[in-house]
Design a protein around this ligand. Structure first.
Ligand code: FAD
Ligand code: SF4
Ligand code: SF4
Length: 426
């Protein structure tokens, strides 16, 4: 395996192939293997062994208990909130970076791992160790590409940081949590953002060039709850592209294998997660997971306003139809039909938390199928048990569509005999 080699100045500009060269087949380049902690990779990497259940017991004190927790992870509270004075440069209102800044201001953290843009780009990520509140606030906004945030762990140690806050995505948080005891920190605050279908920077540029009429002027974009991508341009105008109109065939194999074998959309091992998908439009979706998460929410609470979460519609038919399409892909309908489908989805589709449930279930189904078809022998290690529990209502439809059970085959059945660690070709 290569590394620790790649300079953070350039790494995130590289293609997926260049970045993942010499790495295991499933690797999201989370940064862990660029550090002196690389010998701990086998115990830490989510793609070697998904240890979600054990880590949840350790950091949240219990296992997932409800149907919603199978999808969203352990939650003490789920809220819709936003900053009363939003940061116009933030992805949403900017709670995430505001909280990171507060941790520094109050002396609760000495440094924050966060991700700014590579100079001269808008969206190429450059993880860095912020030491001042202004630096954290300056890192607001998504750089929606693979970012090796954990590569800063050696710098953390060298700088003598004892109280660390980390803002990161699920694969980073899994490795961080698994190796937490070895970090030698007095305090660790883990602020999560949801994540799925991440890409390398050149693939993001390609995506923008395919979906937008003016890719060079896009300053902000997001996959919205109204079933379309919203792209905001330099002059302030908003371009909307229905999901169903995105020509996936032209995008090619844009998603790294790791992201297609990822089952932690909601960043369930963080102390607190700030997303948007389960919240009403314009609000943030807050999932508080443990006592530390509650303390973090209390820290930022005076700056927030709250509203009721929305939860409407019924996702089950749409998810079952998606499942059938996974097993037998259909041809893309012509443009007028797509327009009608998009309008129907907006009118009749699930809303709020029900929308988030549908998105997570579809990703789970797609990624389970991806692992089974491409990395079948790794299923027992890479797919956590909660995926089967979450998808259990679709068991009969799955069996009908794929001609096999949703549940994993038992230990003594071929082909999912559990290989010894390291025996699996990766
Ligand atoms: C690739 C990606 C996919 C996402 N997908 C979803 C989704 O499907 N559903 C959902 O609800 N939310 C998703 N999010 C999270 C969401 O878009 C917002 O980042 C989150 O809600 C925080 O908003 P904010 O205004 O509080 O953040 P801000 O205050 O603007 O701060 C954003 C924070 O994100 C960090 N960041 C930016 N880019 C990266 C990166 N590439 N890797 C790691 N950290 C980064 C920055 O360091 C910063 O700390 C995704 C984020 C990313 C980066
Ligand atoms: S995902 Fe992270 S821990 Fe796993 S192999 Fe890649 S760099 Fe290493
Ligand atoms: S989709 Fe999963 S594996 Fe890929 S970057 Fe996001 S959290 Fe990591």
């Amino acid at each position: 395996m290569d590394g620790p080699t790649k300079g953070l100045q350039t790494i995130t500009l590289l293609s997926q192939d260049a970045r993942l060269k010499g790495r295991p087949k499933l690797c999201s380049d989370c940064g862990f293997c660029d550090t002196s902690m690389r010998p701990l990779m086998a115990q830490s990497c989510v793609f070697v062994e998904n240890r979600t259940a054990a880590i949840e017991q350790r950091v949240h004190g219990r296992a997932r208990a409800t149907a919603d927790e199978q999808l969203f992870g352990v939650c003490r509270q789920v809220l819709a909130a936003r900053l009363r004075e939003p940061n116009p440069h933030a992805q949403w209102s900017g709670i995430t970076t505001r909280l990171g800044a507060l941790l520094l201001e109050r002396g609760l953290a000495d440094a924050v791992i966060t991700t700014r843009a590579v100079p001269g780009t808008r969206f190429a990520p450059q993880p860095f160790l912020a030491r001042t509140p202004a630096e954290v606030i300056g890192s607001a906004g998504n750089k929606p590409c693979l970012a090796p945030g954990l590569s800063l762990l050696d710098e953390v140690r060298a700088a003598g940081v004892r109280k660390l806050a980390v803002i990161g995505v699920g694969c980073q948080v899994h490795a961080l949590r698994a190796a937490q005891a070895e970090l030698g920190l007095d305090e660790l605050y883990v602020v999560g953002i949801p994540c799925s279908d991440n890409v390398a920077y050149p693939d993001l540029q390609n995506f923008l060039s395919i979906v937008s009429r003016s890719p060079a002027t896009v300053v902000h974009f997001e996959f919205m709850q109204d079933f379309s991508v919203h792209l905001r341009h330099e002059d302030g105008h908003l371009e909307k592209v229905n999901f169903i109109d995105i020509p996936m065939v032209r995008l090619g194999d844009v998603f790294p294998s790791a992201c297609l074998a990822c089952f932690d959309y909601a960043n369930t091992l963080a102390d607190i997660t700030f997303g948007y998908m389960g919240a009403p439009f314009g609000w943030q979706w807050v999932m508080v997971r443990n006592a530390r998460g509650e303390a973090l929410l209390d820290l930022v609470r005076p700056l927030l306003e709250f509203r009721e979460l929305l939860d409407a519609g019924d996702r089950r038919t749409a998810v079952a139809s998606y499942l059938a399409g996974l097993a037998s892909p259909r041809r893309r309908p012509p443009a007028p039909v797509r327009k009608l489908i998009a309008a129907m989805m907006r009118w009749r589709g699930p809303k709020g938390l029900e929308f988030a449930r549908s998105v997570i279930e579809m990703k789970m189904l797609r990624n389970l199928q991806y692992v089974r078809s491409r990395f079948g022998r790794m299923e027992a290690r890479v797919v956590p048990a909660h995926v089967y529990a979450a998808l259990e209502p679709y068991g009969p439809a799955y069996a009908q569509a794929f001609g096999r059970a949703l549940e994993p085959r038992t230990e003594n059945q071929e082909p999912t005999q559990r290989p010894a660690l390291g025996a699996e070709p990766r």
